[in-house]
Design a protein around this ligand. Structure first.
Ligand code: NCD
Length: 306
């Protein structure tokens, strides 16, 4: 594995190896005893062309907890438009002898393009509506720790599936590890022919959640909608927002996930987001650091000299 650009095409054995390594970092993170010599002398550049809180911070922490020199560049789209193209930026970074390059970009495929042009190992931190591999890995780690295995787990991915790179990466990863995946949402927010990815499609929330072990809510990504695909936030919540009544259709004790950032009262009710036993949303954030440490560690090893 030279880069981590997508979950699609990644062998299940590689996924499992990453999750096992991440698991070891969970405990080390909790005790503060991470191996700070793992990435000593390595340079990690986080290049974020799109907003991020969790992903950017956790990649930064992950790099630092393994001892890398970490630089984070948050590039406002406007200054990119000043004329420096993505490839110019890549050439600049290359000249700085960067070892690991973490990229988030609004255009699907941008990290893959960069990977062809730089010497560094590239990690996709979310590209357009394509993929967000580390998010799917951290979701899988959260589920594996809670349920032991993903095999046969019924996972309902709900809401704005059309614009969600989180959904796409999760569909690939969860189905590869044996979960039974459903996508649930209004017809305007479900990608055409998504069944081909091995998922079942539901437009009715109650039917989609019926008997689910896990309910994964997605943010309504209004910024990616050229025109209104939903009538109003209020109406959306009524039909597709996760509240106690809808969650009651899932299995008792079903786990509730959300990649964040959440629109409370739009796709999820606050009482569910903060549910003391069923919501694992904060745990997902914790797992994010461990998973990113595993990814950086693995890629640095693949690059040699580590
Ligand atoms: C997601 C993203 O950026 O794809 N956020 C995240 O990384 N946790 C989801 C979103 O923006 O809704």
């Amino acid at each position: 594995m030279r880069h981590l650009l997508a979950i699609q095409g990644l062998p299940p054995s590689a996924v499992t190896a990453l999750l096992d390594l991440a698991e070891s970092y969970v405990l080390l993170n909790r005790t503060g005893k991470t191996p700070r010599d793992r990435l000593r002398g390595r340079t990690l550049i986080n290049l974020f062309f799109e907003d991020s809180t969790r992903t950017r911070t956790s990649f930064e922490l992950a790099g630092k907890r393994l001892g890398a020199d970490v630089i984070t560049m948050t590039v406002a789209t406007s200054s990119v438009n000043k004329g420096e193209t993505l490839l110019d930026t890549a050439a600049t970074l290359n000249a700085m002898n960067c070892d690991l390059l973490v990229v988030r970009h609004a255009v699907s495929g941008a990290p893959a393009l960069l990977a062809q042009k730089v010497d560094a190992a590239v990690v996709n931190a979310g590209d357009g509506t394509h993929e967000h591999p580390t998010q799917a890995l951290l979701d899988a780690l959260t589920l594996r720790r809670r349920r032991g295995t993903l095999d046969n787990l019924v996972v309902a991915i709900c809401g704005d599936v059309l614009h969600s790179r989180v959904a796409r990466s999760n569909i690939h990863l969860l189905t590869a590890l044996g979960a039974r995946v459903r996508v649930v949402g209004p017809p305007t927010l479900i990608p055409p022919a998504v069944e081909r990815l091995g998922v079942a499609v539901f437009h009715d929330m109650a039917a989609g959640l019926d008997g689910a072990d896990v309910v994964m809510m997605l943010r309504l990504q209004q910024e990616r909608m050229a025109r209104g695909l939903v009538p109003s936030a209020r109406e959306y919540f009524r039909f597709y927002g996760l509240d106690a009544a809808k969650l009651a259709r899932a299995r008792p004790g079903a786990l509730v996930m959300h990649p964040g950032p959440m629109n409370r009262g739009v796709e999820i009710a606050s009482e569910i987001a903060d549910h003391p036993t069923q919501s694992v949303i904060r745990e997902q954030v914790e797992m994010g650091v461990a998973v990113r440490m595993a990814v950086l560690d693995m890629l640095a090893r693949a690059g040699g000299d580590a």
